[in-house]
Design a protein around this ligand. Structure first.
Ligand SMILES: Cc1cc2nc3c(=O)[nH]c(=O)nc-3n(C[C@H](O)[C@H](O)[C@H](O)COP(=O)(O)OP(=O)(O)OC[C@H]3O[C@@H](n4cnc5c(N)ncnc54)[C@H](O)[C@@H]3O)c2cc1C
Length: 409
């Protein structure tokens, strides 16, 4: 029960909890529900966890608990976004795979729903929601991350097909993906945001090559992806020709919005860890925890504001940036304190280690969360410009044809 719930939301929460209790075990008290994005997994573990994530997604789908806010025609529940969030919060208390399918479910699915044709929605949304088809997001490139509109992958029209050529990078789970949501440049003579088009790429097509990249967590769950003359039928273009930037913006909005998820559970777990280690007697530890706890309270308040906006049919805009920035700042401090309290025990890795090594996974994984979905600096620019009304970042290339922008500008 959450004191902020309306009576209807409280009833929904109870129903969700009873489904979860019937189908999953509660998380052990010494587990954190770490997101798959920051997990420390070997290739074998990763394949196994992905299979488990698909099975869990199928269980929810068959019982009508996948896609709470998705239309029933695609296997969803036609509930509200607030209910979707309530379910996610409850789910974070259970020992089920967290976030392994988030790229498709949380980022690409909403983009297909918003920008796809009726045929595309019919073809793609059910298998995505049931976990049968895994998606990845082919946006970033070696020379285009924060300045994504400067991307170079080319899309050349050839009759009823497009030929995609270029390189993407940091593509989470591309090596497991069936489909990729890809942004490419169809018109280098247009201004850089306007010459982009979005495509759904079958990752098994000839010319698609995903090579995993190892992170400092020792996992290799993201990739560089080479697109070597990849042929994509025009019916897999998503949105109009030239609509690619709109697809990017809406995908990022959902990505930032999904960044917080169940991660606030870690605040309570940190208190347990401090008690378990007898560190509550240390005044500095208490002060650091009090700071974390009060910032978590402020974050919950931002989260509630966002939920209110969603329940009134307004889409989250810069609020997503505020939330992502505050959440990743907070998580950084949470894992710093956890490691300080654990001392040498934090070095342990895997099932035999205290807390199965999850505190140090979080410590090594959180810096990635500060980068993915737009870096901290980019979120600060958005907040400065769109919330505080500060002067805009200097941009000299917005209206020039892309082909006339010197490389690296
Ligand atoms: C864990 C993880 C998962 C990811 N998954 C995906 C994925 O699935 N698909 C995908 O397409 N991408 C993915 N990414 C890539 C991510 O979106 C980019 O790394 C991110 O947008 C930053 O781009 P960049 O790495 O090119 O850094 P750059 O843009 O080169 O930034 C370098 C530095 O310059 C700063 N900077 C840049 N521009 C500005 C500015 N205007 N003002 C102030 N500072 C600035 C940045 O903050 C940063 O510190 C992932 C990244 C991570 C870490």
């Amino acid at each position: 029960m959450d004191p902020h719930d309306s009576p209807e939301e409280a009833a929904f929460r109870a129903e969700a909890r009873s489904f979860l209790t019937a189908h999953a075990k509660p998380l052990p008290s010494t587990a954190l529900a770490m997101s798959a994005i920051v997990a420390e997994w070997s290739a074998d573990e990763e394949a196994q966890r992905l299979a488990e994530a698909k099975t869990w997604q199928r269980t929810k789908f068959d019982a009508g608990w996948a896609g709470i806010a998705w239309p029933t025609v695609y296997g969803g529940r036609a509930g509200s976004v607030v209910e979707e969030l309530i379910f996610k919060m409850e789910e974070s208390e259970f020992d089920v795979p967290h976030d392994a399918l988030v790229v498709g479910l949380g980022w690409c699915g909403p983009a297909v729903m918003q920008h796809g044709t009726a045929e595309q929605r019919d073809r793609f949304l059910r298998p995505l929601l049931s976990g049968d088809e895994v998606w990845c997001q082919l946006f970033s490139e070696p020379g285009a991350g924060s300045d994504l509109a400067g991307l170079n992958t080319k899309a050349l029209r050839d009759g009823d097909e497009w030929v995609l050529t270029g390189q993407k990078v940091w593509t989470t789970f591309a090596h497991h993906a069936d489909w990729g949501l890809c942004i490419a440049r169809h018109d280098p003579s247009a201004a850089k945001h306007r010459g982009l088009t979005a495509f759904m790429v079958d990752m098994q097509t000839d010319g698609v090559e995903a090579r995993p990249l190892r992170q400092m967590t020792d996992s290799a769950n993201f990739n560089e992806v080479f697109l070597n003359d990849v042929r994509v039928p025009d019916h897999l273009r998503i949105g109009e020709v030239g609509d690619g930037w709109r697809v990017v913006i809406s995908t990022f909005m959902w990505e930032r919005f999904n960044a917080v998820g169940g991660s606030l559970r870690v605040i309570d777990a940190l208190a347990d860890l401090i008690r378990e280690r007898g560190a509550a007697a240390d005044a500095k530890v208490r002060q650091r925890y009090a700071d974390i706890y009060s910032r978590a309270g402020a974050l919950k308040y931002t989260f509630l504001r966002l939920m209110t906006a969603l329940s009134q049919g307004r889409m989250p805009g810069p609020e997503g940036s505020v939330m992502k920035l505050a959440a990743t700042d907070l998580l950084t401090d949470v894992f710093d304190l956890a490691l300080a309290v654990m001392g040498g025990d934090a070095q342990g890795y895997g099932g035999d280690a205290p807390w199965e090594g999850e505190w140090h996974s979080g410590f090594l994984g959180t810096p990635g969360m500060r980068i993915g979905g737009g870096t901290d600096a980019v979120q600060r620019n958005i907040i400065g410009e769109r919330v505080l009304g500060l002067p805009k970042d200097l941009r000299v290339d917005t209206d020039r044809p892309f082909s006339e922008i010197p490389t690296g500008a």
